[in-house]
Design a protein around this ligand. Sequence first.
Ligand SMILES: NC(=O)C1=CN([C@@H]2O[C@H](COP(=O)(O)OP(=O)(O)OC[C@H]3O[C@@H](n4cnc5c(N)ncnc54)[C@H](OP(=O)(O)O)[C@@H]3O)[C@@H](O)[C@H]2O)C=CC1
Ligand SMILES: N[C@@H](CC=O)C(=O)O
Length: 813
Amino acid sequence: MQVLKFGGSSVATPDAIRSVASILQAKKTNEPLVVVVSALGKITDQLLQCGSLAATGNVTYKELIQSITQRHLDMARELVPVAIQSSILSFIIQQFNELEDICNSVYHLKELSDRTIARILSFGEQLSSHIVSTYLNTHGITNTWLDATKHIVTDSNYLKAVVNFPATNKSIQSVIPKQSDGLWIVPGFIASDEEGRITILGRGGSDYTAAIFAAALQASVLEIWTDVSGMMTADPREVKHAKVISRISYQEAMELSHFGAKVIYPPTLQPAMQLNIPVWIKNTFAPEDHGTIIESNIVHTKGTICGISSIANISLISLEGSGMIGIPGYSKLLFETLASCEINVILITQASSEHSICVGIEASIATKAKKALDKAFAYEINRGMVNPIVVEQDLSIIALVGDNMKNHAGTSGKMFGALGRNGINVRAISQGSSERNISAVIASADVKKAINVLHEEFFETTYKQVNVFIIGTGNVGSRLLAQIKQQQAYLQKNANIQLRVIGIANSRRMLFEEHGIDLNQLDRLDSAEPMDLQAFINRIQTMNLRNSVFVDVTASNSVANTYADLFLKSISVVACNKIACSSAYNNYQHLKGMATDRHTSFLFETNVGAGLPVIGTLNDLLRSGDAINEIHAVLSGTLNFVFNNYDGTRSFATVVKQAQDEGYTEPDPRLDLGGTDVMRKIMILAREAGARLEMEQIVNHSFMPASCMEGSVENFYSEMERQEAHFKKLYTEATANGKKLKFVANYKNGEAAVGLQQIDPQHDFYHLYGKDNIVLFYTNRYKDQPMVIKGAGAGAEVTASGVFADIIRAASV
Ligand SMILES: NC(=O)C1=CN([C@@H]2O[C@H](COP(=O)(O)OP(=O)(O)OC[C@H]3O[C@@H](n4cnc5c(N)ncnc54)[C@H](OP(=O)(O)O)[C@@H]3O)[C@@H](O)[C@H]2O)C=CC1
Ligand SMILES: N[C@@H](CC=O)C(=O)O
């Protein structure tokens, strides 16, 4: 014996009903089959609307009945051969005449009782089951239509009738023999009381009908045919990569369904559950898909959770006050008051301090709840024992569900860690001792992000999505975009990272694409909307995408000033712009602290040595317990290039211009030549090593004539030409001494200095070519021989690759 139920979408159109027929044909079983059908999709709501319109004196119920009639007639005409249509057509017309008579009475009396509603709603299943039965009979699938109202016996609670199981089981067993190969078509949702008055079985009613038949006949399986391929790990409208759960326990199915997975309404499956009859969710439109089997004793081999679910439109009601501590009765009064107002409590939390109790309820009844509770606690409120009830709005509940969470440490840690890293604030938490569900109340605006973050954390075996926003498309920024474009597919395949560039801007334009900008079409930026920095930041925040990373590839002060706002929303920042880290010490510390507090990343490896692993190495030394005692370094790629290439044959200004053209200088090259860039770098290293250093404290032995540093960049170049003798002298003197010129940065005992030095051939800095940098760390462990980091220290390609590495680091947290 098998029982199958086809929901409204499975019988909504002629094609859907043809699919039902194919499914039944493919069954080819010798067992008896009971097929329960719902009303044609959306008909139940329309029937209810007919009743409501009539009851409120709105005569348009007649037009609605007309259109519902037409839909059923059209359906029958398309499915049943013309020659034998007349009987089903006259049945439909007769049924709708009866419906119209009932609605006319409602219209005249302006009265719509529960009994009448049940009667009106019953037409939906009566009609659909007759159409399906007739269609099958006329297409070689012989069946018997069975009137559920004659066999499911209930009390007289018309809209949510309670089944009399002994009477119902007996009646069903008497009409459907266990040993047969018959097929019965049964209308779902409807029953009748002992006086034969129509009743309906409430929410999920057709599932309930099917479960009642399955239990009465001790079916081997109950199949629920619907329009999705089973219960999913998350709502597929929210999570693109949600997967079908192939097996799930009754309890897990209950938890998931309660939290919004509307595939089935498990309480209605209770009769089947009690007899351990497996419930199989199948897709009428993709019958080859496996679907979901709900049964007992499921052993999940993978993962601790089976699904993530949510409920929207929640309000949190808080009862709080020092007068509650240790006094029994507060929660009793709270829950009694809510119950007396028929307010359903969805979630409850109470801290062990007993200082507050917090309940989650449907938002639409929050005002009613507050009014009732303020009244119930008026005495305590007036005496200051508790505060007036606080209602928080615009909230939702998200929940992890899974039998395996039991006895499995770390699930909640993983859950809240992932939410925290994405700046999702948790307002209340609840976990029952069954440990099958961990629920968290969060802002509704964060739900999509939260579900995706959790899905990635617990299920995503394919990839983690990282959403990048880049400001700066110049020398370094353009190379970064080219590297990302080249590497996107590789990252997805080999590192499970789907790196999407969602926003790009320069000082003129900004471009956004929520599903990722096509990096082959970067010229779209030229015609995109005008750049507005605040609007750019607002967009990142309101998009509220998971794993967002902001990348600053400018040298702009105003861009650096936005980091704090980004950290507030737990958005990671990657910067090659040195301004933030070389700003006032308090600001640098504040930003780092914010990033830590918000569990987000603030990465700026390229601030020193471009793509060289200087800051990372320094931090590794510190983390492993070492201490930095001295730093000696050549930190300017530009100056190293200039002094490596200048020998007096070309003017000093020409060599500097070459460094700028090759992309080694700052956007403003005076920062390099004047030593500011090196001061920033040694200060950043000193700060990372623990020193509280400011720019003003660093001694700069500048070699530049003051006149070069006055006025514009143009003036800088022309003045360097005029001062050529000065540069030549520096070169000649060093060469005469058998030495090379290097612009060196030193840090020791909390003091730092930068300046040009003549380096002799034995020195570590002597053999430093091109635009290379070198850093020597003298530490407690590296006392005599320093830790040395050396290599290309400037240039767009290497800097971009350092920024890229930071993005991946931020993404991998
Ligand atoms: N070159 C190197 O070797 C290294 C560079 N860096 C750092 O990289 C950063 C970028 O350098 P580089 O690419 O050479 O500089 P560029 O001048 O080539 O590019 C700067 C980019 O920033 C944009 N920009 C400037 N101000 C703003 C603003 N307020 N709002 C939006 N966009 C802005 C510019 O826009 P627009 O195009 O409209 O002008 C341009 O696209 C600098 O901070 C530098 O210190 C760090 C390590 C090494
Ligand atoms: N202008 C800088 C680039 C890296 O920070 C340099 O020349 O080193």
